[in-house]
Design a protein around this ligand. Structure first.
Ligand SMILES: Nc1ncnc2c1ncn2[C@@H]1O[C@H](COP(=O)(O)OP(=O)(O)O)[C@@H](O)[C@H]1O
Ligand SMILES: O=P(O)(O)OC[C@H]1O[C@](O)(COP(=O)(O)O)[C@@H](O)[C@@H]1O
Length: 302
């Protein structure tokens, strides 16, 4: 079974504003309100691609109810912990001349809630895949990623981590199956700027030397680079298309990679191509990638 964990789920209020003006009243020309947060997006895209997963994490308040409702409507299995105080956050995403994001804070989470999450994770067994991604809200212990990886060590669970800076760096020793920094996040770890695919390779390899089994570096319109545990280095530009909304492109890439890996019986080439096309398919549509969108891009890039 595939499990996703989203520590701080959100309702993403995604709007299009023609010529956003700061300090003025702006009107939207289109709007959607979608359940979001990194692990949740991964679960939604996995479902769109035909793979079941179980979404875990913390939900609160009326926004939490709406997130759960949307996931149920999409047929995503959920096992969230209901937090008593506060509400799940609302993240505002404005597509205009540039993309601007304002992400909310999230509810108060008590230590008993954290224990409840750990109890759920204790049920994972060999062959399961766990995808943990996104920021850790202030209410949670900041070492929660490491604690989860330490708790599951030696159980044969393949763990995927999509997080930034210390959250990512501190889990490397636990040999995660896959990490997916973008080129900026990878560069931040080493204090360098990485803009070309070739430049990324030595730094991805350094994270591999520090413990990550596979390192997938996403580079938005520039494509991606994979440094695989079998010694492979795969890189490609991204498919060309009209970007409509790139919120969730990274999460889609993670879902596509995992789906491709499972469908291709462990082929990194297949996983990489599927990840790349799933990320781009989400960037080219207002909502997240569908199987048809992904197949069309795979066929066009074959
Ligand atoms: N402008 C774009 N054009 C084509 N594909 C894109 C674009 N932006 C994102 N993607 C696809 O989505 C993947 C992940 O995007 P990226 O922005 O790097 O992730 P993150 O959201 O984690 O920063 C990219 O590797 C690419 O395949
Ligand atoms: O947990 P964080 O880092 O605040 O990110 C949450 C936001 O990221 C998203 O999961 C999108 O992430 P990506 O664009 O990186 O795929 C949104 O749905 C959500 O609003």
């Amino acid at each position: 079974m595939i499990y996703t964990v989203t520590f701080n789920p959100s309702l993403d209020y995604i709007v299009k504003v023609d010529d956003l003006a700061l300090g003025a009243v702006n009107r939207v020309s289109s709007e959607v309100i979608m359940a979001g947060g990194k692990g949740i997006n991964v679960s939604i895209v996995l479902k769109n691609l035909g793979h079941e997963s179980r979404a875990l994490g913390f939900l609160a308040g009326f926004t939490g109810d709406e997130i759960a409702r949307q996931l149920e409507e999409r047929g995503v299995a959920c096992d969230f912990i209901r937090v008593k105080e506060g509400m799940s956050r609302i993240n505002v995403k404005i597509a205009s001349q540039q993309e601007t994001e304002v992400n909310g804070m999230g509810p108060d989470i008590e230590s008993s809630d954290v224990e409840a999450l750990f109890d759920r994770l204790d049920a994972l067994a060999a062959g399961d895949i766990l995808i943990i991604s996104g920021s850790v809200p202030a209410a949670l212990p900041q070492d929660i990623y490491e604690r989860i990886l330490a708790r599951l060590e030696g159980r044969g669970v393949d763990i995927v981590v999509d997080a930034t800076r210390d959250l990512l760096h501190n889990v490397l020793a636990y040999r995660p199956f896959l990490i997916k920094p973008n080129n900026h996040e990878l560069g931040d770890i080493f204090g360098v700027e990485l803009s070309r695919r070739e430049e990324v390779v030595p730094y991805a390899k350094m994270l591999q030397e520090r413990g990550a089994r596979n390192v997938l570096v996403s580079m938005a319109g520039e494509g991606a680079v994979l440094v695989g545990e079998d010694g492979s280095v795969i890189m490609s530009e991204s498919p060309r298309g009209q970007v409509v909304n790139s919120v969730g492109a990274g999460d889609s890439m993670v879902a596509g990679f995992v789906a491709g890996y499972l469908e291709g019986d462990g082929s990194f080439e297949r996983a990489f191509r599927m990840g790349l096309c799933t990320g781009s398919a989400s960037a080219f549509s207002l909502e997240l990638a569908t199987r048809d969108d992904v197949e069309a891009l795979l066929a066009a890039s074959a």
